[in-house]
Ligand binder design. Structure first.
Ligand SMILES: Cc1ncc(COP(=O)(O)O)c(C=O)c1O
Length: 399
């Protein structure tokens, strides 16, 4: 069976060569005679592999020694909770006498994932959630996530326990610009001054797709692996060391107790093996990261991903001129990873999807909450595959 072109939003495409290597590793990991899904996570071979994965991330993203790299499970959704609990524990240790209603969590809401994260913070309680910016208020109809707000639209609190944003909104196709001079960049210059910033970035769907702006200023960056670097089941954290706090000491002062597998300090103290980690996803992610390094790292992917996205947005523009396609996101705020648009006209969307499937292109349907088309361009999607979908789109416009 030939492999299809997978434009899925996650789990998503992985490089063929890595999958073949991983298949061999399932039978024999690094010449041990034991498969990777069978070997002990405390074996010296796996311990060395895990250290290599960490170093592949550290060198390619230029993570400074002030930050730890941790591996866990539970996905982005697990981190919606974990980040609140750990950052509230940190804030409690810094300000033990503050009343809960005076403890604030700042959320920048630019799409459905950051909205979900803010909802989870409200559900957990222990602090007031302040929406520092809500992109819907600045959208074409005041209810869509179709833009990154301009810098004048943000209002941050003075001393929040965290400042949260989602770098790339996978469902809505909205992404912060990495260019600091762009109106759609993250407003780093507006953040509270003095002390270490409690800045938290959800990088689930753009991790390793390009360098991370102002990485060293972040308290926590996290990402599920299942978009750019591996299968589901692995969550990667980059945590500044002052955020590896004693959550039990904070609980004694009144903070919420933190489940042991969610406590960043526990993860760090145990080198991410407090309990059994997701050995197979870590292995596959490691193989992807080795390949990335050989190809030229995040700088290589940044250029490639820009070219891929440019080609796709150009095809959408050509369709817009003919009244066939309509981009959903305002120019300047468009994602390089998840490209979303509508096909206009009765039944034409279904026709577009069926025609693509007949050509072996799968998973183009937009998220069920927003509809339309979504084409995800993660690292493993090649430029040739993008050329194929662009050729199909141009053919669709003509016919
Ligand atoms: C940006 C973003 N954050 C969080 C999540 C939730 O991740 P998970 O399904 O791993 O819990 C997703 C999932 O697609 C996502 O795209």
């Amino acid at each position: 069976m030939p492999r299809v072109i997978n434009f899925g939003a996650g789990p998503s495409a992985l490089p063929d060569s890595v999958l073949q290597e991983a298949a061999a590793g399932l039978l024999d990991f690094n010449g041990t005679g034991i498969g990777i899904a069978e070997i002990s996570h405390r074996s010296k071979e796996f311990t060395a592999f895990l250290a290599e994965v960490e170093s592949l991330i550290r060198t390619q993203l230029d993570v400074p020694p002030t930050h730890s790299i941790l591996f866990t499970q539970g996905g982005g959704t697990g981190q919606f909770s974990a980040v609140v609990l750990n950052m509230l524990a940190r804030h409690r240790l810094l300000h033990p006498n503050l009343a809960d209603e005076d403890r604030v969590l700042d959320y920048v809401v630019t799409g459905s994932w950051s909205k979900k994260a803010a909802d989870e913070a409200r559900r957990l309680g222990g602090a007031r959630v302040h929406v520092a910016a809500d992109a819907r208020l600045h959208s074409k109809d005041t209810k869509s996530f179709d833009n990154i707000p301009t810098h004048d639209k943000y209002k941050f609190s003075l001393d929040p326990a965290l400042i949260y944003y989602c770098e790339n909104e996978t469902v809505d196709g909205v992404e912060f610009s990495a260019d600091p001079s762009s109106a759609a960049s993250f407003p780093f210059e507006l953040l509270p001054e003095g002390g270490l910033l409690p800045l938290v970035g959800d990088y689930s769907s753009s991790f390793m797709s390009r360098p991370i702006p102002r990485l060293a200023d972040h308290a926590v960056i996290y990402a599920g692996a299942q978009k750019n670097i591996g299968p589901a089941g692995l969550t990667i954290l980059i945590v500044r060391k002052d955020c590896l706090v004693d959550v039990d000491a904070a609980a004694k002062l009144g903070a919420a107790a933190v489940p042991i597998t969610m406590a960043y300090k526990t993860l760090s103290d145990s080198s991410s093996v407090h309990n059994t980690p997701s050995v197979l996803p870590i292995y596959i992610a490691g193989l992807v990261l080795r390949r990335m390094k050989e190809l030229g790292g995040v700088q290589y992917y940044e250029q490639l991903n820009k070219r891929k996205a440019d080609k796709l947005y150009t095809a959408i523009g050509a369709g817009e001129e003919k009244g066939i396609f309509k981009a959903k996101v305002r120019e300047g705020s468009r994602s390089l990873m998840n490209v979303v648009f509508d096909v206009l006209g009765d039944d034409l969307e279904a026709k577009f999807i069926a025609g693509a499937e007949a050509k072996g292109m799968k998973a183009l349907k937009g998220h069920r909450s927003v509809g339309g088309i979504r084409i995800s361009l993660y690292n493993a999607v090649t430029e040739e595959q993008v050329d194929a979908v662009v050729a199909y789109m141009n053919e669709f416009i003509q016919t």
